[in-house]
Design a protein around this ligand. Structure first.
Ligand code: URA
Length: 451
């Protein structure tokens, strides 16, 4: 990245342009982002620009320029020199979403390279890094050369964004978090895609979640975001597909850091919960077919299933854990267990999944502020599923927590389960696949939509 000098009048002009709904040139965006990454734009001016961009939106050209400028603010993960296709997955986040822990080693065991740069949990959805760090000794804070070495040796790594990768996004994401400017399609997409472009992928698959445990509660919103992400990725020459998947109940049965690693291990060893396996196989198959490792989805899924059942995926996971300093022989921390019983009778018609995620945060399993320490041992396990008939006294959840904390959250948990006299309509696990390009409405074409 070249040394940038921008004058105060230039920055003011760019803030004014966005404030008034104007359009900046790609060169101007590049200059602004490069200067910001080099601490030459004060945070208050970048905050003003970001709020203007949030409210006014960005054109496709601006969003593309922002993505590429953030990418150029740092280095990229070098290609290993192998001829293995390099792929990754990004999820918009959900409760109990442990797909990455299963999918990355499974794909590696099928001959793909997965340099997965992941995030920490903030709010009610957990973060893959926090989950994986429940394994005693394991670190996800790895220098770039070690990330590259592990990818070469094992085929996959799950690591934190190191300081040299997309530093502009690190700064801008923290600023957005503090200025209520996170929920904007162009800003979300530029942030996600700049990091994925730094991985130098052949293909990306996006898992855009919708429902009571997702950031997007409505299906149309999730579908719009999926379409936006795929289109921006393609405009940045990154082949991408997005699946829109159901998050109206936790994925799998377990929620909480250690518990999710345990469920991922069960899945890699013995099959695992059907909903989790279904999402893993569909996302994996998109990548296998997309990079030419399988002729069609059916054969891709069969190949992935074989890797799951033969233990090859587990073997890759164990090697990745060892390479990251973890000890799978040591027990994972699990808090004392308590049963939560239903006080009502009826069909389970809805689970307020977000509440379950929030309770795990309150038990200490997540953070409400950046940098907070978390307790990996706490969590929940679902004992019922929507559509099931439940009698009063039947178990709803197993709650892993110290006794006094369990008593504090019982009522909140009970209120998260809604019952009715008729069973709810069945919601499919995978609702759409967005492969782009598809015609956009004028509002979407301007990229000015926010979720
Ligand atoms: N994840 C990211 O990496 N960035 C966003 O802006 C939102 C989710």
């Amino acid at each position: 990245m070249s040394e940038q000098t921008v004058d105060a009048a230039g920055i003011l002009e760019w803030i004014r342009t966005k404030r008034d709904g104007g359009t900046m040139s790609p060169q101007e965006i590049e200059q602004l982002v490069a200067a910001y990454a080099q601490d030459q734009v004060p945070e208050y001016q970048m905050a003003a620009w970001t709020m203007a961009a949030f409210i006014r939106g960005l054109s496709w050209e601006e969003a593309r320029a922002l993505t590429l400028a953030m990418l150029r603010s740092g280095t990229r993960i070098p290609r290993s020199g192998s001829d293995k296709p390099r792929v990754d997955k990004h999820s918009t986040g959900g409760v109990g979403d442990k797909v990455s822990l299963v999918l990355a080693p499974l794909l590696a065991s099928c001959g793909l390279e997965v340099p997965m740069i992941s995030g920490r949990g903030l709010g009610f959805t957990g973060g893959t890094l926090d989950k994986l760090e429940s394994v005693p000794g394991l670190t996800t804070e790895l220098p770039l050369d070690r990330i590259v070495r592990i990818v070469q040796e094992v085929g996959c790594v799950i690591a934190a964004q190191s300081p040299e990768l997309v530093p502009a996004d690190r700064k801008l994401y923290a600023l957005r978090d503090a200025t209520a400017t996170v929920e904007s399609f162009p800003l979300i997409a530029a942030s996600i895609l700049s990091k994925k472009l730094a991985e130098q992928l052949d293909m990306l698959v996006l898992d855009v979640k919708w429902g009571t445990g997702a950031l997007m509660r409505s299906l149309p919103q999730a579908r719009q975001l999926a379409r936006y992400l795929v289109q921006l990725a393609q405009r940045c020459h990154l082949p991408a597909v997005a699946l829109v998947t159901n998050m109206n109940q936790p994925l799998g049965q377990k929620v909480g850091n250690s518990l999710e690693v345990i469920e991922a291990l069960e899945t890699l060893r013995a099959g695992g919960p059907p909903d989790l396996v279904q999402v893993v196989l569909h996302l994996g198959a998109e990548l296998m077919v997309g990079v030419g490792m399988a002729p069609d989805h059916q054969q891709a899924q069969a190949q992935l299933r074989r890797a799951l059942q033969s233990g090859q995926g587990y073997e890759c996971f164990a090697r990745m854990v060892r390479a990251q300093g973890g000890n799978l022989e040591a027990p994972l921390p699990v808090a004392p267990v308590h049963q939560l019983h239903s006080t009502q009778e009826g069909y389970l018609v809805q689970v307020e999944t977000q509440v379950l995620g929030q309770v795990v945060v309150r038990l200490g399993g997540g953070r409400t502020k950046l940098g907070q320490k978390i307790d990996p041992s706490v969590g929940l396990e679902m004992r019922v599923r929507p559509g099931q008939w439940v009698h009063a006294g039947d178990p709803l959840l197993r709650v892993f927590a110290p006794e006094e904390k369990f008593h504090q959250v019982q009522d909140e948990l009970l209120a998260a389960f809604r019952f009715g006299e008729v069973p709810p309509a069945k919601v499919p696990m995978i609702t759409f696949a967005e492969r782009g390009p598809s015609p956009l409405s004028p509002a979407q074409e301007s990229g000015r939509g926010s979720p």
